[in-house]
Design a protein around this ligand. Structure first.
Ligand SMILES: Nc1nc2c(c(=O)[nH]1)N[C@H]1C(S)=C(S)[C@@H](COP(=O)(O)OP(=O)(O)OC[C@H]3O[C@@H](n4cnc5c(N)ncnc54)[C@H](O)[C@@H]3O)O[C@H]1N2
Ligand code: MOO
Length: 409
């Protein structure tokens, strides 16, 4: 008799338990570092701003010269961003200044040009009382040389990259991306764009699975399509080992048929099987093992089963290897229609989301849920999760959902 099916949560725990964040690091140019995980604390190489700078267009002057409106001053020079004034602003003097320019020596305040009346070529009168420090960005206001501004472990986004550049780092040390090999198996499979012979179908799963891997910080090593021949599948597995990947994902051939050779091939190459067959629908034939330093995930061939397993199992593995957490996908919605009582397999029903007149989130499952039907997966916003043995559910009752994409309507 077949062994009992493993509950989803237990499968996930056992799958992730031995997985550790990648420890190797590499230096990458800042322009290519978006989304990467910073491997070491990033310390400022300079003080920012490096000098006291004007925050406004106007006049740099001594505040003691113009505490009240109506003070008259002589313009002795000009300072612009990238062009400092080399002289001094002495008593009764001011310097025409533009935003970003270094504050001239002697000056301690900026009068914005809207508050200055130009009396002649080199004379102004103040129309606003001047106070010390006004409109000046003091040296080091943002950060100081030697200061740790970014901590190791952060996923570098657009703001982090900007501050890293401002800190004068052309390169950053980041964690190596997890390397994930993807191997599709099946005599019937051909690449998109082929003219199909009878019995052939397109190998589509690789594209969705690869996109999921990349979205979670991984690098894909595509091992292509391998026919249902154990020697050829074993060669491809050996290639994954030689490529020193962190994870090997196989697509198809995971079930019990005479042509489902993946597990036998993996075992022949030295894989120890952790578990196989999960109490879920779709995705029952999911298989997990370890081969040397590789975690191995055998995903079912049916495209929807492949992608559901990819979302539930592969995404957290790649995220954990990347040193991050997977996207938070769980939420709750009201079922648009009654749902039948469930059997022992946790069910994932493709569904559309909408909002009712009161703004409540409504999940409407598609009527037909065959695990080969990709079109309705592509049209789904979420999967309604039906736990094992869940009783019948009345319409408009809350139910857990797994979000497939952002939904903000
Ligand atoms: N007697 C039983 N038969 C099956 C069982 C079972 O428990 N007992 N499980 C069923 C379930 S559930 C699933 S899911 C499928 C998946 O099995 P496999 O992983 O062995 O998948 P294949 O047989 O190789 O393919 C299934 C289906 O998907 C197509 N396929 C395969 N690879 C791809 C790909 N890369 N891109 C697109 N489509 C792909 C393949 O042509 C088949 O149509 O097994 C059930 N059978
Ligand atoms: O678990 Mo398989 O995906 O249903 O058809």
């Amino acid at each position: 008799m077949a062994s009992p099916l493993l509950p989803v949560s237990e499968a996930l725990t056992r799958l992730l338990e031995p997985v550790r964040a990648v420890a190797d690091t590499e230096s990458v140019p800042l322009g290519e570092a978006a989304g990467r995980i910073l491997a070491v604390d990033l310390v400022a190489k300079l003080t920012q701003p490096p000098f006291h700078a004007s925050a406004m267009d106007g006049y740099a002057l001594r505040s003691a010269d113009a505490p009240d409106v109506g003070a008259e001053l002589t313009v002795v020079g000009q300072a612009a961003a990238g062009h400092a004034f080399n002289g001094q602003a002495g008593p009764g003097e001011c310097v025409r200044i533009f935003t970003g320019a270094p504050l001239p020596e002697g000056a301690d305040s900026i009068l914005i040009q809207e508050d200055a009346e130009r009396l002649s070529e080199n004379r102004i009168r103040t129309k606003f009382p001047v106070t010390v420090g006004r409109h000046i960005r003091p040296r080091g206001q943002d950060f100081a040389e030697g200061e740790t501004v970014l901590r190791a472990g952060v996923r570098l986004d657009y703001a982090h990259l900007t501050v890293a550049a401002a800190m004068n780092h052309p390169q950053v040390e980041v964690l190596r991306r997890p390397r994930v090999a993807v191997l599709a198996t099946g005599d019937e499979l051909v690449h998109p764009g082929s003219s199909l012979q009878p019995s052939q179908i397109i190998a589509s799963n690789t594209f969705g699975i690869s996109a999921l891997i990349r979205a979670n910080g991984g690098e894909v090593i595509d091992l292509g399509i391998i026919p249902d021949r154990q020697d050829l599948i074993e060669n491809a597995i050996a290639k994954a080992v030689a490529e020193k990947v962190d994870v090997l994902v196989t697509l198809g051939g995971a079930s019990v048929g005479d042509h489902d050779l993946v597990q036998a091939s993996l075992k022949a190459q030295g894989m120890s099987l952790d578990f196989w067959r999960i109490a879920m629908r779709p995705g029952k034939p999911l298989m997990v093992g370890s081969l040397r330093d590789m975690r191995v995930l055998g995903l079912p061939g049916n495209p929807v089963a492949s992608l559901v397993c990819g979302t539930l199992f592969l995404e957290p593995v790649v995220a954990k290897l990347s040193g991050t957490r997977p996207k938070a996908r769980m939420a709750e919605a009201l079922a648009a229609k009654p749902l039948a009582a469930n059997d022992q397999r946790q069910d994932y029903l493709r569904a559309r989301l909408s909002r009712d007149a009161d703004g409540r989130l409504i999940a409407e499952p598609f009527d037909k849920q065959d695990s080969s039907m990709m079109k309705i997966f592509a049209h789904s916003d979420c999967l309604i999760v039906r736990p094992p043995h869940a009783p019948e559910l009345a319409a408009l009752t809350p139910c857990p959902i797994l979000l497939l994409r952002d939904f903000d309507r």
